[in-house]
Design a binder for this molecule. Structure first.
Ligand code: 5CA
Ligand code: ZN
Length: 476
């Protein structure tokens, strides 16, 4: 590691983000295909812990499955809106060796057209419904916007997509609400505050009745869409013939939803909590939750080393992810190393601590205290919990500061340089176009489930007609 050069300050967000990904060993961007990146083992451990939470949440009332990567062209081409939305983004497999394929195969950009023909075979009667499956797979999108690691990929490596089938439109709508609750819980557990909106008609998922989006605000004020939930109505079930026999023996068309999350969740995690010294990881996902640094300078080297080992095995036994760092480095170099990697707690143990029967605890946010060795398991657990709460509080405050109510375009323009504008909008496309042109930002959608309950309607900031609370932002 090169200690001479340092991480750029977080105020230079883009420089900080790119630098941190390699310094903290999250992603290697040197793979020679644009938009494809490599997970370092440390980054992959972070992914594993994050997706374990997602899996746990999904597994409550979904079943995990796995569909093929390749989709035959005729299936892919069946749903008109869906093709229109994706045709410029699909990678095609056209040859087997040197032989042209009879049927070209698409690399899935998402899996509706892989999954739904099978659903048509599987679903027979109302007793088969609701059906809720999900898979975590890689998907491919030939993105033409600026690609960025974890944020805009051409191979999305960690695409969690859920696909559900219901008897009625209303049942599907209830599933949409449930999915939003699940995504909120997921982000809550990562201490990531989110805002929810209903995307405008022209920005909904290709083939959906409507799209709800989960966004967060990045440190530079730009928004990142970190999850979407789509009500698919009967668009796909009609196309793919997903029908069921109702209780009266009649054939009915089913209704569907789908919802997805990608490694953008990890981009948000890194960006929202990190600081000038590197990653700051919520304990629930940190690959190393506690690092023990023995201060073995001077006499009693062996005693201290033995105490550190004992502490490590005790904490491990209690289920914490712990590492005792006994490398031959200065303590300062070790602090720097583990701070960069976001380790929530550092325990320092030296000869004096040993004599007093204590250990020094330093949180990743710099708070220092002393705990008795005798109660260290309990106290370490407490310190980790407290840190999670502090991270959520900080992140929540920072989001609220960036989300500003604006009464006119001029105010919105100012806010958009560092945050997101909350405005009233009548719902008309012309007003949205005008707003977008004047602010160089996009209408993210009407706010759903807002805490601003006192004033959800007001005059559209373009035309003055009655409008709904709407988010305008510059997004990644
Ligand atoms: N089939 C639906 C639901 S799974 C679908 O594909 N929805 S999506 O297109 O909105 O993608 C789901 C989520 O994946 C998005 O909300 C976004 O957070 C993430 N995502 C989309 N494109 C990319 C990309 N190129 N790189 C990283 N993440 C992406
Ligand atoms: Zn208007």
């Amino acid at each position: 590691m090169d200690e001479e050069s340092t991480l750029p300050n977080k105020s230079d967000f883009s420089g900080w983000y790119n630098d941190l990904l390699w310094r903290a060993e999250i992603m290697d961007v040197r793979y020679p295909v644009k938009g494809l990146y490599v997970w370092y083992p440390f980054g992959f451990a972070l992914r594993k812990n994050t997706y374990a939470i997602l899996r746990e949440i999904m597994d409550r009332d979904h079943q995990e499955t796995l569909f093929p990567l390749l989709i035959p062209e005729p299936e892919f081409m069946k749903e008109a809106e869906h093709i229109k939305g994706f045709e410029e983004e699909v990678y095609w497999v056209t040859h087997g060796g040197t032989t042209p394929l009879d049927v070209p195969l698409a690399l899935r950009p998402t899996s509706e057209t892989a999954i739904y023909p099978m659903y048509a075979l599987w679903i027979r009667s109302h007793a088969d419904l609701p059906l809720r499956l999900y898979q975590i797979v890689n998907t491919f999108r030939y993105e033409t916007k600026h690609t960025r690691p974890l944020i805009r990929l051409r191979e999305i490596t960690s695409f969690k997509e859920a696909h559900t089938v219901h008897a009625t439109w209303e049942d599907a709508e209830n599933q949409v609400r449930e999915a939003v609750r699940l995504y909120r819980e997921f982000y809550d557990r990562l201490s990531i505050p989110v805002i929810l909106s209903r995307r405008p008609e022209w920005d909904k998922f290709p083939g959906a009745d409507y799209t709800l989006a989960v966004d967060t605000i990045m440190p530079d004020g730009r928004t990142l869409q970190i999850g979407t939930v789509h009500h698919l109505g009967d668009h796909f079930s009609k196309t793919f013939g997903i029908t069921y026999e109702d209780a009266g023996g009649n054939q009915q068309c089913a209704f569907q939803t789908c919802y997805g999350i990608s490694e953008r969740s990890i981009a948000a995690l890194i960006s929202i909590h990190g600081d000038d010294r590197g990653l700051v990881l919520p304990p629930v996902v940190a690959p190393v939750q506690v690092v023990i640094v023995p201060i073995t300078i001077g006499k009693r080297k062996d005693d201290v080393a033995a105490a550190a080992k004992k502490l490590e095995s005790e904490l491990k036994g209690a289920g914490f992810r712990v590492k005792s760092d006994d490398r031959a480095l200065r303590p300062g170099a070790k602090y720097y190393y583990w701070e960069l990697r976001g380790v929530p707690l550092r325990l320092e143990i030296g000869p004096r601590d040993l004599d007093a029967g204590v250990v020094t605890v330093v949180t990743r946010l710099g708070e220092k205290s002393t705990i008795p060795l005798a109660t260290c398991i309990h106290d370490v657990g407490l310190a980790l919990d407290r840190l999670s709460q502090v991270l959520m509080a900080h992140a929540g405050e920072s989001l609220q500061k960036k989300l500003v109510m604006c009464q006119d375009i001029l105010a919105a323009r100012e806010v958009l340089d560092h945050g997101v504008a909350l405005i009233h909008w009548c719902g008309n496309r012309e007003c949205a176009d005008e707003m977008e042109k004047a602010t160089d930002a996009s209408v993210l959608g009407t706010r759903v489930d807002s805490p601003y309950t006192t004033r959800t309607t007001g005059p559209c900031i373009v035309c003055g007609k009655e409008g709904e609370l709407t988010l305008v932002g510059r997004s990644y």
